[in-house]
Design a protein around this ligand. Structure first.
Ligand SMILES: CC(C)(COP(=O)(O)OP(=O)(O)OC[C@H]1O[C@@H](n2cnc3c(N)ncnc32)[C@H](O)[C@@H]1OP(=O)(O)O)[C@@H](O)C(=O)NCCC(=O)NCCS
Length: 132
């Protein structure tokens, strides 16, 4: 049961679900939604890390409602934790139907926790540091 009425965190990305991203049911493929989440979360992690990051883990992945072609897909992110080299972001995906009679009300369709690691030019972990 999802009774959350407002997204948590800042808007990281906003796009429209397209026919090319559907699964065999005609709904939007979960892998596409996960890639949006990973990309959105990495934008926040890039800012915190002041540079490159790599995704090291995803947990608590949950898809609560289907996404339809034409839905406006908004990826929100909230910084949960900054470790020595890692950055944990809680990511939520909300949709706003704009092409159906129910247009207007937005609702949550997915959430997960992503862990990113700040990496150097050789792809090795580096300490997350505050800017000078
Ligand atoms: C990201 C990467 C450089 C990390 O290297 P690593 O040798 O595994 O790093 P470490 O074991 O030193 O762990 C680094 C940090 O990640 C955390 N971490 C590692 N595995 C984790 C996991 N499964 N869950 C949560 N945190 C994890 C560690 O706790 C550590 O955090 P801290 O420094 O804040 O304490 C390496 O795993 C990698 O290159 N992975 C592939 C990345 C990738 O291609 N992702 C997909 C596309 S972006």
């Amino acid at each position: 049961m999802n009774d959350q009425t407002e997204p948590k965190g800042d808007v990281l990305m906003r796009t429209m679900a397209m026919p090319a991203d559907t699964n065999a049911n005609g709904d939007i493929f979960g892998g596409w939604i996960m890639s949006q989440m990973d990309l959105g979360g990495s934008l926040l992690a890039n800012e915190v890390a002041f540079g490159r990051v790599g995704t090291v883990a995803v947990s608590e992945m949950n898809f609560s409602r289907p996404v339809k072609v034409g839905d406006v897909v908004c990826t929100h992110g909230e910084l949960i934790k900054v470790g020595h080299t890692s950055i944990t972001v809680k990511v939520e995906v909300w949709v706003k139907p704009v092409l159906t009679p129910q247009a207007g009300a937005r609702y949550k369709v997915a959430q997960a926790q992503f862990v990113y690691v700040a990496i150097d030019d050789n792809g090795r972990p580096r300490a997350v540091q505050a800017p000078l």
